[in-house]
Ligand binder design. Structure first.
Ligand code: ATP
Ligand code: MG
Length: 476
């Protein structure tokens, strides 16, 4: 698609799909064709150092054309703002599909692993390393296909057949291969290590360590082969564990190559699916786990784990995590409710029409309703409540206070929550209240931090808000 196509007739919903290092990502819909694309809006005024980084990202991204990679359509540069147009992934981020401490059905893990490896194989064939593979950067299309996104850290490691070692330490700590922290390192093996961590996250709902260094106890145990009875490894069947061991081989020279991962017995197990999008195991009869000792089948294990987890969630009283409150709090609950009352909330607030005649984007004035809400990213981190707008905000803020989370509201009543995760890293997420024809939908979206940790916090909040949740209306 040419950049010129982006003249007129594109409506931009002001609802934010996601937040990036240099700005926001919004949804554009073509007035006539209804085609949907994502638009990364970079604010050069706010982020003075964005230009060089964005240029690098675009230079690499525009070379790519593959089913498992988000397509780059074009860019528009203005003095203070820049727009990058991308294929829209309506299924959200991969971490949404990972149940904390449980994971997802092995069949789904296998399907996403195959798609991830397909995309990574294409990238490496082009001499490009991604360097930030993690569930937050793996998006899901409307048809449930995994798409690698975010080329902000990508680089060329092979040019005209000559490969170079990399020595820039970049990426996200829990996903970084040990050699990346020591440097220099071989790019393809480092990307595959990150895929290995994604594999463990999908299978178990956990990240094995905060960083792959000798300072980290969990990593040291893994390195020294004294991990087997511990979580997350104890949750893997033998075949899956054998795959994890060979991808997460600390010796990058002995780590499985991409084609070897694809040929590993676990990748060839046969699972059956029920529904696309959120496939569940139909039966375990067809799954032939070729584990060395004939151990329990993964699908069966997953089902029993879910049952155990559900039991545990039901039986365990909510314990407030003692976390330091980050002083981010600008409003009291009553101030927040008052400001909501005084704001004319079209529930989603839309930008002003542009003054610049030339501007490609025309902003829609129509509010999000039940009908067009389906255009927005499908998320599992949202639910309907029985309470009205003000009461919901009041209850939400009270719960946030009781959990010692810092929070602040913006002019539209969206609540920004800041806390720290169990690894003491900052975690920020947004809660938006949507008035859907009189029913309030409470939607949580990660802003900054680890997706799995965010989902954990979401589940805790959901439990605390169970009195106001409307379980009847499940169609979201
Ligand atoms: P960071 O460095 O924090 O990862 P970034 O500037 O590289 O941020 P992205 O990761 O590309 O930004 O995008 C931020 C978020 O926006 C994503 O995690 C995702 O939720 C959403 N997003 C990005 N691109 C798309 C897309 N094509 N379709 C739907 N949502 C998207
Ligand atoms: Mg990202």
């Amino acid at each position: 698609m040419q950049t010129s196509t982006f003249v007129d007739d594109w409506l931009c919903y002001n609802t934010i799909l996601g937040e990036g290092a240099y700005g926001e990502v919004k949804l554009l819909i073509h007035k006539k064709s209804q085609e949907k694309i994502a638009c990364k809006i970079i604010d050069h005024h706010k982020y003075k150092d964005a230009s060089a980084a964005i240029n690098r990202e675009v230079t690499i991204h525009k070379l790519l054309d593959h089913e498992n990679i988000i397509k780059y359509f074009g860019r528009r540069q203005e003095p203070l703002k820049e727009y990058i147009f991308l294929e829209y992934a309506a299924g959200g981020e991969l971490f949404q599909l990972i149940e904390p401490d449980v994971g997802m059905p092995p069949a789904n893990t296998q399907m996403y692993m195959k798609q991830l490896l397909c995309g990574v194989s294409y990238l490496h064939s082009k001499g490009i390393a991604h360097r930030d593979i993690k569930p937050e950067n793996l998006l899901i299309s409307i048809d449930g296909i995994l798409k690698i996104s975010d080329f902000g850290m990508a680089t060329l490691f092979r040019f005209k057949g000559r490969e170079r070692l990399l020595d820039k330490k970049c990426g996200t700590k829990p996903y970084l291969a040990p050699e990346v922290l020591q440097r220099p390192y071989k790019a393809p093996a480092a990307d595959l290590w990150s895929c290995g961590i994604v594999f463990v996250a999908m299978m178990t709902g956990e990240l094995p360590w905060a960083e792959a260094t000798d300072k980290n106890e969990e990593f040291l145990k893994w390195k020294n082969d004294i991990y087997i009875s511990e979580t997350p490894w104890a949750k893997l069947g033998n075949t899956a564990l054998s795959l994890a061991r060979q991808i997460l081989n600390v010796d990058s020279m002995r780590r499985l190559k991409l084609e070897q991962i694809e040929r590993h017995p676990w990748m060839r197990l046969e699972f059956s699916f029920v529904i696309s999008g959120n496939p569940l195991i139909r039966s375990t009869e067809n799954s032939s786990d070729s584990s060395e000792d004939g151990s329990e089948k993964p699908a069966k294990r997953w089902n029993s784990m879910v049952e155990a987890e559900t039991r545990m969630n039901r039986d365990t009283p909510t314990v407030t995590q003692s976390q330091p409150t980050i002083s981010h709090r600008h409003s009291t609950i009553m101030e927040a409710v008052d400001s909501l009352r005084n704001t004319r909330r079209d529930q989603v607030c839309f930008s002003q029409p542009t003054q610049n005649e030339d501007l490609v984007l025309q902003f829609t004035q129509s509010p999000i309703t039940k009908d067009n809400f389906q255009d927005l990213i499908k998320r599992l981190t949202r639910f309907y409540v029985k309470t009205g707008l003000e009461k919901t905000l009041e209850v939400l803020c009270t719960v946030l206070d009781s959990l010692h989370y810092g929070w602040t509201t913006d002019a539209n009543g969206a609540v920004s929550v800041t806390t720290v995760d169990s690894c003491k890293n900052q975690l920020t997420f947004k809660a938006n209240l949507f008035d859907m024809d009189g029913k309030i939908l409470l939607d949580f979206r990660l802003s900054k931090g680890c997706g799995l940790q965010f989902k954990k916090k979401f589940l805790k909040l959901k439990e605390c808000l169970s009195d106001i949740i409307d379980n009847k209306d499940v169609k979201i």
